[in-house]
Design a protein around this ligand. Structure first.
Ligand SMILES: [Zn+2]
Length: 291
């Protein structure tokens, strides 16, 4: 049976949030914990096995216990954590989530996307957004607190990504002005403050290609920590005139394409990589799983 989960939404571990404040449990578990090093460029150590690439974990006993870590959760009785580190392990390769996320087994893909999202958040919250003072990590990496006591919690920014169809056999694929020639995908944009996801879908579609949509339907989500997005997938049906009027500042070109035209994947039109939820949504639409 085809696995239709977005590849970065395959997590199966227990985040065990209740343990983040349980210092006794964390201390007792540290001896057998598996720790992942994330380097300053957000790459991680990879080893090749007969079954494909896997993350190179180290046992916590080899990690300086004074080093700041983030507790990721538990799986099969083992605790997992992440530390920041230089490239000091004997890995076959150091790769980023974009390069390796789709190839890892589901447990490791889930742990890695959480690790990268939290590393990105910590790096961007060294100072308190309320008073500007330095912050420090607490609760096993799930809170940052400044000297005035203001707490910051890990955040994620919602974005919408939507396949717009005509209710029959065509959908819109476009190319953002900043993308290289030949790269096409479905439309996307950030949810603005005070806006619902459904309203963001309709607004972004109208802004980018000048058509109105109806029947906005949720189609799954995927974390996208580059640095902090959560992609909310949707389908939407064009209503009224389907003629595209593109915003040339954002979109270089956009077209209505049939399922067979999309499935054909000619060399001059490259679709998004398997890591992206866009790939998942486009594939599901071509396969008839989505309307
Ligand atoms: Zn503060």
């Amino acid at each position: 049976m085809t696995d239709r989960r977005p590849v970065l939404s395959r997590a199966v571990h227990d985040r065990a949030a209740i343990r983040r404040r349980d210092t006794d449990w964390l201390a007792a578990s540290w001896g057998t914990a598996q720790v992942l090093a994330v380097d300053p460029d957000y790459t991680v150590p990879i080893v090749e096995t007969d079954d494909g690439p896997v993350l190179l974990w180290r046992t916590a006993s080899t990690v300086d216990s004074s080093q700041e870590y983030v507790f990721l959760g538990e799986h099969d009785g083992t605790a997992y954590a992440v530390v920041r580190s230089a490239r000091d392990l004997h890995a076959d390769r150091w790769l980023g989530l974009r390069e390796i996320g789709a190839e890892l087994p589901e447990v490791e893909a889930g742990l890695l996307v959480e690790a990268i999202a939290l590393a990105q958040w910590h790096d961007r919250h060294l100072y308190c957004p309320r008073c500007g003072r330095e912050t420090a990590s607490e609760q096993a990496g799930w809170v940052r607190r400044c000297t005035q006591g203001h707490e910051q919690f890990p955040r994620t920014d919602p974005a919408v990504i939507m396949l717009v169809h005509d209710g029959a056999d065509r959908c819109i694929l476009g190319r953002q002005a900043v993308w290289p020639a030949g790269r096409f995908s479905i439309l996307a944009g950030f949810v603005e403050p005070g806006e619902s996801a459904e309203a963001a879908v309709a607004r972004e579609v109208f802004e980018e290609v000048g058509v109105t949509v109806t029947d906005v339907r949720y189609a799954g989500s995927q974390p996208w920590p580059f640095p902090s997005s959560l992609m909310l997938g949707f389908t939407a049906q064009v209503s009224g005139d389907p003629t595209l009027h593109i915003d040339e500042h954002e979109i270089a070109e956009a077209h209505w394409l049939t399922r067979s035209e999309v499935a054909e994947q000619p060399a001059y039109r490259r679709l998004p990589p398997p890591l992206s939820i866009a790939h998942r949504i486009i594939t599901d639409w071509v396969d008839g799983v989505l309307p």
